[in-house]
Design a protein around this ligand. Sequence first.
Ligand code: PGA
Length: 275
Amino acid sequence: MSQTIESFIEQIVRQVVTDKVTHQISSNPIRRSLVVANWKMNMTLKTIVSFIQNFNVKNGQGEVVLCPPDPYLYPVRSLLKESNLSCSVGAQNVHWQDMGAYTGDVSAEQLSDIGCKYIIIGHSERRMSGETNDMVNKKVDQALKYNLIPIVCVGESKEERDNQRTSDVVRDQVLAAFSGIKNLSQIVIAYEPIWAIGTGESASPEQAQGVHELIRSTLFEQYGDIATQIPILYGGSVKPSNVNKLSSMKDIDGVLVGGASLNADDFSTITRAFM
Ligand code: PGA
């Protein structure tokens, strides 16, 4: 490697600064569509390279976000640049403190530093391992402090749906996540019914639309007009075969995709439904 460490660091810093400026200019308050890949604890460098080679997305009005496991955030960002793919990069979690003795955790400042733009917060798989509404709220605050866009996941369990508690649960999660947050112009919400995640059983487009409407009206009551500009994504067994109906619903502004985002062809098809 002929490059010195200093020039390598300088190059990274220059790239990150340029991206931050571009991000600020391109942020606009009009509701946009968003397709997010949540790779969870999947993929390796080899499979990521092959995914990026085969991913076929046109530059449309929407935005595509890839959320790899933390070790691959920077490599994915570099590979996207090399391939001229205009996708953004997001993390799957963040700590709510600035820094400190939190073994295994990652801070918002660190994620921002390496060019992350989004962070998934409150995913049900994290709530299942102890993440509370209060932690979600602190993480949202921390993400916004470092100009990262939180993608806040909410959704009911099968038991809660069967007991007609969906509206109460989702409403409480939305209100708790943004409690005390002043500026909601840079947030995204993902409605992910727990019973639909990884099960192959998606919510019907009408079921999803109903909850999306509830989320938007909850935001409207609390925060006014800004609610009309907040993208609300659906997540839970989204696949090429059901994405078109989901995308035709007026309050479904995009999707958060787990399993089907691991396959470049499937994810390309899903992406096209919103671009
Ligand atoms: P799935 O996961 O698409 O595999 O159901 C969605 C998610 O967990 O975000």
